[in-house]
Design a protein around this ligand. Structure first.
Ligand code: ATP
Ligand code: MG
Ligand code: MG
Ligand code: MG
Length: 476
């Protein structure tokens, strides 16, 4: 089943059941706590919190999502992209656990010929939150899932929040058993690659406060009503329904990998390292196109930095695969053509997207030359002095003058056997940001704000790098 058909079936299933179809919001979140949209519920947050009365009690969408914290997983696990699409159904004080569970089971297991996704019920495993007897009872007694295929998991997996203040609640996940070729048995509690998570049903009933700890954050109290927020990864379901090994081989991403193999001459499947690079290229180029499409431009701060980091990582992986010429034009073209079916604005905006992407590629190729010289010299000096760690100020210099994202410096240093003083790098980044803020204030008030300089001078060792993830929620 093609991705487009998965999406069509999703929306019509829920529309037929009284849900208002809501188009995907922009990736640029209309929410001060987030840089980018990491989940389908973001546009509906005010309804869950009771701040705004929802125009209808039920909604459904297929939302564009970006999760930067998943960047390291890309290409290594079979199921994480920095960009993906989350199919969701939402109830604002309308149906709750039983309704959400019943709909999910029906859509997944109804035969393809009858409009569903046709998954075999015996391959589905369920997880519920530790103390959620009610959800377990519904799965077992109403739906008929055998008790041995229902597992209980703790807060990290089965209590959902976006990582920032907002609605939250226990959740129940549906996982698909891909069989012994993906490893040991024992259910999703034991093996999350074999029993791949496809759909998360969140029973949104509490409000959480601030706090970094994913497993221990304050609950402020009950939300005004009990709500449902669900998210099914379109690419993950496509991976199962298309019978491929990982999400990068599904219809909308495979074509980008194919273009990358054509441009480099590297065959997919030849070797693990180059396979990972090809998957990274496919994912990151798509994410870049989608971000530029929504108006992000590459830069050294915030969203611009997320884009820069992702795009430069794609280009660098193409070089590792052997490309010596610019590649972005051809790769982006494939993304626009394939994703343009679902998001026609990509075609309308093609000129702008290409211009922004090509300018960033040109800047990076130039930077790569200049930066590599600086890096090589620094590595030689460090080694000559008997060191194993590259100074933070070298990483800062590379970032500041050549726009080297820190992970590029880390990777390139590691290739030459060195680590990098990341704390030192972060400290310098923070100092620079504080300086920029003080300058801005000085400009405004007409004289220098000395207290800000004082704060910089006083800054101790415990500075925190907040360059690109500070306001971006990570979800479990
Ligand atoms: P995982 O445990 O596999 O990292 P998650 O628990 O972080 O997934 P949720 O926050 O529950 O994911 O999001 C809902 C659904 O969105 C998941 O069940 C999955 O199908 C999909 N999803 C989440 N993260 C990604 C990703 N990085 N790439 C593709 N799909 C994803
Ligand atoms: Mg989940
Ligand atoms: Mg999970
Ligand atoms: Mg995750």
């Amino acid at each position: 089943m093609e991705s487009a058909e998965i999406r069509r079936r999703w929306l019509s299933f829920f529309e037929e059941r009284g849900h208002t179809v809501v188009p995907s919001a922009s990736l640029i979140a209309d929410d001060p706590t987030l840089l980018l949209v990491p989940a389908g519920m973001v546009p509906f947050k005010p309804y869950f919190l009771g701040e705004v009365k929802p125009p209808a009690p039920r909604a459904t969408s297929v939302q564009k999502c970006v999760r930067t914290p998943d960047i390291e997983e890309v290409g290594k696990t079979t199921r994480h992209g920095t960009f993906f699409q989350m199919c969701g159904n939402f109830s604002f004080g309308d149906y709750f656990k039983e309704g959400a569970i019943t709909y999910a089971w029906e859509l997944l297991t109804t035969p393809v010929a009858d409009g569903g996704y046709g998954l075999e019920p015996e391959k589905l495993w369920i997880t519920v939150y530790l103390d959620d007897d009610e959800a377990e009872r519904i799965w077992r007694d109403k739906i008929g899932v055998p008790a041995e295929r229902i597992q209980r998991l703790g807060k990290k997996d089965n209590f959902w929040s976006m990582g920032v203040p907002g609605p939250c609640g226990p959740c129940s996940e549906i996982n698909y058993d891909r069989g012994p070729e993906f490893g040991v048995e024992g259910g999703p509690a034991v093996n999350d690659e074999r029993y791949v998570e496809i759909w998360n049903l969140v029973f949104m009933q509490y409000e959480r406060g601030a706090g970094e700890d994913k497993e221990n954050f304050p609950i402020l109290g009950d939300l005004p009503s009990k709500n449902i927020d669900t998210g099914l990864g379109l690419e993950r379901l496509a991976m199962i329904l298309q019978g491929v090994q990982n999400m990068y081989e599904t219809d909308t991403l495979r074509v980008v990998m194919d273009k990358a193999t054509e441009l480099t001459g590297v065959r997919y499947g030849a070797e693990h390292g180059s396979d990972v690079s090809l998957r990274v290229v496919a994912d990151h180029i798509r994410t870049s196109a989608m971000l530029i499409g929504d108006g992000v431009t590459p830069g050294n701060e915030g969203r611009g930095y997320v884009l820069r980091r992702i795009m430069r990582r794609a280009i660098r992986n193409m070089r590792l695969l052997g490309a010596t010429e610019p590649v972005v034009a051809e790769l982006i073209d494939v993304v626009i053509r394939t994703m343009g079916e679902q998001y026609p604005e990509l075609e309308t905006d093609r000129g702008r997207i290409e211009t922004v992407a090509l300018a960033e590629e040109a800047a990076f190729l130039k930077a790569l030359k200049g930066g590599t010289n600086i890096l090589d010299t620094a590595v030689t000096e460090t080694k000559a002095a008997g060191g194993r760690v590259l100074d933070g100020d070298k990483a800062f210099l590379l970032h500041d003058t050549w726009g080297f994202p820190i992970d590029l410096t880390l990777e390139m240093a590691a290739e030459q056997g060195l680590s990098v003083d990341e704390d030192g790098f972060r400290r310098l980044m923070k100092e620079q940001r504080d300086r920029a803020k003080a300058d801005a204030r000085a400009k405004k008030s007409g004289h220098a704000d000395l207290s800000a300089y004082r704060a910089v001078a006083d800054a101790g060792g415990s500075t925190e790098f907040t360059g690109y993830t500070s306001t971006e929620g990570e979800s479990t």
